[in-house]
Design a protein around this ligand. Structure first.
Ligand code: ACO
Length: 325
């Protein structure tokens, strides 16, 4: 009999500091950088984002989201036998955020590691956890997407700094003989490295290169819309389902226009797309589990419904997870 992995509980965490577009525009104006609520809303759909406090690391956000997911699942940290974190903004070069979360939760012993696939990080992490549950190497996994992108933004570059926010989302997955995750689909193509990257790195005790986010927005936009449709269709085909079977589309929350284009290609009405980009901005690997948790907690997502989760990000990386909630 096939073993599935099922979502037992979800959780998320947003740092307390919330900036509306007007707040951010006022802060940027002090540095001579001009932007406006109208421009940001019209081009991206973003109205507000949260930024972590100086003393909050990625692992702090991830741990809070994990506690809430464990509570929702009715489990203790010791019940978990696998922790995977999707992140590109870890507390340190090493050790991983996952091992820090494990320690903060008090779940010593189980395997814990990070996955670096930028905005597709949660989709990658969920796919790996699903495979490990299916092959019997784990029974209850904590899968997290967590980011502090505010640390790698160039606040002099108005074309990027208005787009991102910080946050974390988590799910508890459990082995089950009923579905669960129905299909997964992952891809990457390293030739697109330069259209979205943070080119700096640590070298002999200093930083070599520019450690802030660089993006060719229009190239990213075109690529994202194409691959998001392809990967959604690939997961549907693997599960022998069609777009009509999807109850909720939960895309990576980068930009409302990318989400609307993808939904249109999949013939999904706007009210079946979970949108949190307006309140969270783009939180990279955290955006999908944050959106999922939001729609679970406000009652939109119900047990038994079919969800399409899909992400795309730097690398380029992209992929999807089709699941029965
Ligand atoms: N405020 C005011 N004006 C701005 C701002 C800003 N924050 N940013 C750019 N502008 C100006 C530009 O300077 C330009 O002015 P000009 O015409 O005088 O030269 C004008 O607005 C248009 O700039 P474009 O870059 O052409 O704007 P575009 O319509 O392409 O929108 C955006 C930019 C929103 C980044 C768009 O390309 C986009 O949505 N790309 C997708 C990228 C994305 O969402 N990335 C997220 C990360 S990637 C991921 O998660 C997969």
């Amino acid at each position: 009999m096939r073993i599935y992995s099922r979502i037992l509980g979800t959780g998320s965490y947003l740092p307390a500091k919330r900036l509306t577009n007007a707040d951010l525009a006022a802060e940027l104006a002090q540095q001579g950088v001009e932007t406006s609520d109208d421009w940001i809303v019209e081009r991206t759909g973003i109205r507000a984002r949260h930024f972590a406090a100086d003393d909050q690391g990625c692992s702090d956000l991830a741990t809070e989201a994990s506690r809430r997911a464990l509570d929702a699942a009715g489990l203790a940290a010791q019940d978990i036998d696998l922790i995977i974190v999707g992140t590109s903004t870890p507390d340190m070069v090493f050790p991983s955020v996952a091992t820090m979360v494990q320690h903060k939760l008090g779940a010593a012993g189980c395997p814990a590691f990070d996955v670096q696939a930028v905005c597709s990080g949660f989709i990658y992490a969920l796919t790996i956890a699903d495979a490990m549950i299916q092959n019997g190497s784990a029974k209850r996994a904590l899968v997290i997407g967590a980011e502090v992108f505010s640390r790698i933004l160039d606040f002099k570059d108005r074309t990027t700094c208005v787009l991102f926010g910080d946050g974390a989302g988590a799910v508890v997955l459990e082995a089950s003989d009923t579905p669960g995750i129905l299909a997964t689909d992952l891809h990457a193509d390293g030739k697109y490295k330069d259209i979205l990257c943070v080119p700096g790195h640590v070298n002999r005790g200093g930083i070599l290169g520019d450690p802030v986010l660089k993006m060719d927005g229009q190239a990213v936009f075109k690529l994202a819309v194409g691959v998001l449709e392809e990967t959604a269709r690939a997961s549907l085909a693997k599960a022998n389902l069609t777009d009509a079977d999807i109850d909720w589309l939960i895309p990576h929350q980068a930009n409302i226009r990318i989400m609307q284009s993808t939904a249109k290609k999949l013939k999904m009405p706007a009210d079946k797309v979970v949108v949190t980009v307006d309140q969270h901005g783009n939180t990279s690997a955290a955006s999908i589990p944050l959106a999922l948790d939001t729609a679970v907690r406000d009652g939109r997502i119900q047990r038994g419904q079919t969800l399409m989760l899909e992400g795309v990000g730097g690398g380029f990386t992209w992929g999807s997870v089709l699941l029965r909630y």
